[in-house]
Structures are given as structure tokens and as C-alpha cells.
Design a protein around this ligand. Structure first.
Ligand SMILES: [Zn+2]
Length: 294
């Protein structure tokens, strides 16, 4: 009985919490997007996870709504300085390095919103599709249900990257990892270099192979991060100062390596805004939460 009452009150409590959070006068809201698609053409991508692709119009509405609510969009280098400062701040981020992220540029320019794009260097240099898109495409073609595909994806997330990629090649063939459309294609080296030169664009590190870092030993973590740094430096002309952990997966050892390599800040996928209470540090600089569009 008591349990049922708590259950029934939960949605109202969550709404109240959300309303209070929106009005909180010391806050940073970090937004997390992945792929984009142009919803003015009939090219909606299909995927097992609808949060992976969002229409450009949704991005534009969210940015406009936050501006209307009094949020100031900050540049990435301001991330740490606005935490604990009075005001409502927002930072826009994108993960993975999809070529369709270039579709964001007209909106960023129109609304003057800077953004960080966290990319996986191996995918860009080798033009390999992301494993979750390959699994979805190949299993849908084999008439596997979306429910079973989601379960399979959850299982595969537990594998270290080299085992996962080997399993992908073995099961679907090497050719299956070639991207088939803009929905699943990583940026090319030239696209990344041109994109990175835009004053509203900052490139961040998302590891070399989209590696789930806590599955690797310390040397493996260091290698994933450093190789990605070196590749981005040669493609874009600078070494990123920000990191986003793939799948938001992090533990103390991984955050320690990230600190030792000199990253200014690192982001998870824990879905909440950074709220300051005036006293103490609002959030660890290497465990910054991010909110995904609903
Ligand atoms: Zn990712």
C-alpha cells in the first residue's frame, strides 16, 4: 500500500524536481546529442536506440527554448569557471563524430551557440561505421526483432573494443563495417579538419575506438586516450582539452588517467544538471553529468 502510494507520487515529484532545477540560479546544463538528420527530407534513420539520432529541428527548438528560459550558452573553455557562479549556463556537446553533425552548423551560426564534438579517431581515419549501427543494420536485415537487437547491444557493450570488433567481423563480415549512409558515416579526415576550423566548433576526445574504458587496464586506457589525442592533433592542429567517456563509463582509475594526461574536464552520461549550492565544489571536473534530449 505504502509502496503503491510512493509509486503514484513519483511522476509529480520528478516534475517538481525538474521545475525547481530549471529555476535554480546557479547551474550548468550540459546537453548531449549524437547523430542528427535533416527532417525536411524523407531520410529519417532507423535505429534500435531512438536517442542516437535527433532531427535538426529538435536541436534548434531545444536551444531556442533554453535561451528563452534565460540560459547562456558557454564556450567549452568556460566549463569550469561557470560552475558555482550565479547564472543559468548551458554547454552543447555531441558524441561519436558522425558526419551528419555538420548539419548542426547553420543552427549554431544562427543562434551563435558554440559546441564540443567528441570524436573517435580510428573511425574517422578508417571510415568504419560504429559497431552499434552495424549490429542494428545487419540484424534488422535478418528479421531480428528490435527488442532482441537491444538485448544483443547491451550484451556487446560489456566487451572490450578489440573483442567486440573481431566478433563483428566474424559474424557479419568485414564489408559490413563500411558505412552505408550519412546516418551511420563518421566524418572524413577532411570534413573534421574543415569543421574544426569553425570558431563555434571545438573537437574533443572520445577515445580511439569508442572503448569502454573501465574494461581496459591502465595502459590500455592511456593508449586509447593518447592515440586519439595524437590523431586529432594531426587532423585538426590542436590537442583536445576535453574528454567524453564512451557510454559515460568511468571508474576511479579511468578518471585518474584522464587527470594525469592533463584533460581540463571530462564528461559522463549521468543525466542531471550541475547544480551549485554556493558551498563547496558542485561537481568533480572529471565526472561532469550531461542531459540527453527526451
Ligand atoms: Zn559515444
Amino acid at each position: 500500500m505504502k509502496h503503491k502510494l510512493i509509486q503514484s507520487l513519483r511522476p509529480s515529484f520528478e516534475r517538481l524536481k525538474q521545475r525547481l532545477a530549471n529555476r535554480w540560479p546557479w547551474q550548468l546544463r550540459v546537453l548531449l546529442y549524437h547523430g542528427l538528420y535533416d527532417d525536411t527530407c524523407s531520410c529519417t534513420p532507423t535505429t534500435a536506440d531512438p536517442s542516437v539520432f535527433q532531427p535538426v529541428s529538435k536541436l534548434r527548438s531545444e536551444l531556442m527554448a533554453l535561451k528563452a528560459q534565460g540560459y547562456t550558452f558557454i564556450s567549452p573553455e568556460e566549463t569550469l569557471s561557470v560552475m558555482g557562479k550565479r547564472g543559468k549556463y548551458a554547454l552543447l556537446t555531441f558524441d561519436d563524430g558522425y558526419a551528419n553533425n555538420l548539419l548542426a552548423l547553420p543552427t549554431l551560426r544562427e543562434l551563435q551557440v558554440p559546441a564540443v564534438f567528441f570524436v573517435c579517431s580510428w573511425h574517422i581515419e578508417n571510415q568504419k561505421a560504429f559497431w552499434w549501427d552495424v549490429v542494428f543494420r545487419e540484424l534488422i536485415a535478418r528479421n531480428v526483432s528490435t527488442y532482441d537487437i537491444r538485448r544483443r547491444l547491451q550484451e556487446m557493450k560489456k566487451l572490450p573494443w578489440h573483442i567486440l570488433l573481431a566478433e563483428l567481423d566474424r559474424e557479419f563480415g568485414i564489408e559490413a563495417s563500411m558505412p552505408v549512409s550519412l546516418a551511420g558515416r563518421p566524418m572524413s579526415v577532411n570534413e573534421l579538419a574543415t569543421f574544426a576550423a569553425d570558431p563555434l566548433v571545438t573537437i574533443g576526445n572520445h577515445t580511439q575506438h569508442h572503448a569502454i574504458l573501465p574494461l581496459l587496464d591502465e595502459e590500455g586506457v592511456r593508449q586509447e586516450l593518447q592515440t586519439c589525442q595524437n590523431s586529432i592533433a594531426s587532423m585538426c592542429g590542436y590537442r583536445p582539452s576535453l574528454l567524453a567517456y564512451p557510454n559515460g563509463s568511468v571508474n576511479g582509475a579511468v578518471a585518474g588517467v584522464s587527470r594525469s594526461l592533463g584533460f581540463l574536464a571530462a564528461f559522463t552520461t549521468v543525466a542531471k544538471p550541475v547544480l551549485s549550492l554556493k558551498l563547496g565544489k558542485p561537481c568533480d571536473s572529471h565526472l561532469i553529468p550531461r542531459l540527453q534530449p527526451q
